[in-house]
Design a protein around this ligand. Structure first.
Ligand SMILES: Nc1ncnc2c1ncn2[C@@H]1O[C@H](COP(=O)(O)OP(=O)(O)OP(=O)(O)O)[C@@H](O)[C@H]1O
Length: 250
C-alpha cells in the first residue's frame, strides 16, 4: 500500500504584491513520480525552495514522513531524508565522480574528526557512494574527473550525490535541462527504475519526459495548482492546454 512521504499543505508565499505561491497543497507517495509543471514564472522554484528550506512560507506547512519540517533548516531536512538536485550544477570539476559523491555524504554527516583523513579511505563515505553510482549506472566512470564527463553523465552524478544520502524523497529540479535526446532518454530510464526505491517530485519542462515518467502531474500557473491528475487527464484538460501546453502538444 502506498504511503505519503511528502505533503505540502496550503502553502502561501508573497513577494511584495506578487502571490508567488497561492494555497498550494500536494502529496508525494511511495513508488511514484509526481511532476510539477508550469510556464516560466509560475512559481515552481519558489515552491521547491519552500520544500527544501531556503524559502520560508508565509502560511502553510510541509511534512516529511509525518514530521513537520516547515521551520527546519536545509541541513536538518536533508538529514531527515529530503534529497535534491539543483538546476545549476554544484559538482567539483577537477575531482573524480566518486570523490564528488563522497564529499556530499561527508558534508551531511559533518563529522569534523574526519577532516584529517583522506576522503577516499573512509569506508562510511565510500560504501554509499559506490552504491549510488551503481544505481545510476556510473560505476565505470567512478574515478574519472567530472570535467571529462558528458553533460548527461554529470546529471547522473548529481542524482547519485542525492541518492548517496539515502533519501526518503527526491526533489529533482529540471534534471533534463540541456540534455540531448540520448541523455534525456537515458536519465528517463534511470529515473523510472529509481522511483520504486525513492519517490520523486520532478520539476521539468521536457514534456516527453514528464508524460513518460509521471504517475501524477500538478500544473502550476501564477502560483496556483490549476489541474492535477495522470498524464492522460492533464493532456486533455482544456485549462492546461490554454495556459501551458498549447494545441500542438496536446
Ligand atoms: N526573491 C524574489 N523576490 C521577488 N520576486 C520573486 C522572487 N523569487 C521569485 N520571484 C517571482 O515569483 C514568481 C515565480 O517565480 P519562480 O522562479 O518561482 O517561477 P518558476 O515557475 O520557477 O519559473 P522558471 O520556470 O522560469 O524557473 C516570478 O514572477 C518571479 O519573478
Amino acid at each position: 500500500m502506498s504511503e505519503t512521504i511528502l505533503s505540502l499543505n496550503h502553502l502561501h508565499k508573497q513577494f511584495g504584491a506578487l502571490q508567488a505561491t497561492n494555497d498550494v497543497s500536494l502529496e508525494l507517495q511511495t513508488g511514484e513520480i509526481h511532476a510539477l509543471i508550469g510556464p516560466n514564472g509560475a512559481g515552481k522554484s519558489t515552491l521547491i525552495g519552500q520544500i527544501a528550506g531556503n524559502i520560508r512560507p508565509d502560511k502553510g506547512s510541509v511534512y516529511l514522513s509525518g514530521t513537520e519540517i516547515t521551520g527546519m533548516s536545509i541541513a536538518q531536512r536533508a538529514r531527515l531524508g529530503l534529497g535534491r538536485s539543483f538546476q545549476v550544477s554544484s559538482l567539483a570539476e577537477p575531482l573524480s565522480v566518486m570523490r564528488n559523491v563522497m564529499m556530499g555524504v561527508q558534508a551531511l554527516q559533518s563529522h569534523s574528526f574526519r577532516f584529517w583523513k583522506p576522503v577516499a579511505q573512509d569506508q562510511q563515505l565510500l560504501e554509499p557512494a559506490v552504491e549510488a553510482l551503481e544505481r545510476m549506472q556510473l560505476s565505470h566512470r567512478a574515478w574519472t574527473p567530472v570535467c571529462e564527463l558528458s553533460h548527461g553523465e554529470r546529471r547522473q552524478v548529481e542524482v547519485a550525490c542525492a541518492l548517496a544520502l539515502k533519501p526518503r524523497a527526491l526533489l529533482l529540479d529540471e534534471p533534463m535541462a540541456g540534455l540531448g535526446p540520448e541523455g534525456s532518454a537515458k536519465l528517463t530510464e534511470l529515473l523510472e527504475a529509481l522511483k520504486l526505491e525513492v519517490p520523486i517530485l520532478l520539476i521539468e519542462h521536457d514534456m516527453d519526459a514528464v508524460f513518460r515518467l509521471a504517475d501524477r502531474i500538478s500544473v502550476l500557473v501564477s502560483g496556483s495548482v490549476i489541474a492535477h491528475g495522470d498524464s492522460q487527464t492533464i493532456r486533455q484538460d482544456p485549462r492546461v492546454r490554454d495556459a501551458y501546453l498549447g494545441d500542438a502538444d496536446a
